[in-house]
Design a protein around this ligand. Structure first.
Ligand SMILES: [Cu+2]
Length: 152
């Protein structure tokens, strides 16, 4: 009986793997690398200098696909003059991207949360109904256990 709600909780475990990637703070000349394994189209920005706080052009895209024009070799993106250069890279799964901060200011390369946006609609939303339904089943199970105990 207890296994049933656990099965419905599993989709929320897979949703956790969708954790957003983040370089953390990079001082001048520091770098950070991330290997992209799955097809995706990730938008990213700098946490201390986000688009909505006066840095509308300080964003980048990492497009991961098997397309013939996607790069198979590892890529370096330079953070220079409050911009990502190049700002868009198109790579194949398995490619490692390295960000190097050339500015004296501290920057990050932080994946933006696109949940609610069409980009990640089905991957982000899948876990939530499963999780809610799992909670409901768990609540009913707990209630029936309590009810059973009261009968004794
Ligand atoms: Cu910055």
């Amino acid at each position: 009986m207890l296994l049933l709600p656990l099965m419905f909780l599993l989709p929320s475990a897979s949703a956790k793997e969708m954790e957003l990637w983040d370089s953390g703070e990079l001082a001048q000349n520091e770098s950070w690398s991330h290997t992209f394994t799955m097809a995706s189209n990730d938008m990213y920005s700098c946490t201390p200098h986000p688009p909505h706080e006066g840095f509308p052009d300080f964003t980048g895209w990492v497009n991961v696909s098997d397309d013939s024009d996607a790069r198979a070799d590892d890529v370096t993106i330079y953070i220079d003059g409050f911009s990502y250069q190049p700002s868009t890279v198109k790579i194949q799964p398995g490619v490692t991207v390295t960000w190097v901060n050339n500015d004296s200011a501290v920057h990050t390369a932080t994946q933006m949360d696109m949940s609610g946006d069409m980009h990640d609609e089905h991957t982000q939303d899948d876990g939530i109904p499963g999780f809610a339904f799992g909670l409901a089943v768990a609540a009913i199970t707990a209630a029936s256990i309590v009810a059973t105990r009261k009968e004794r």
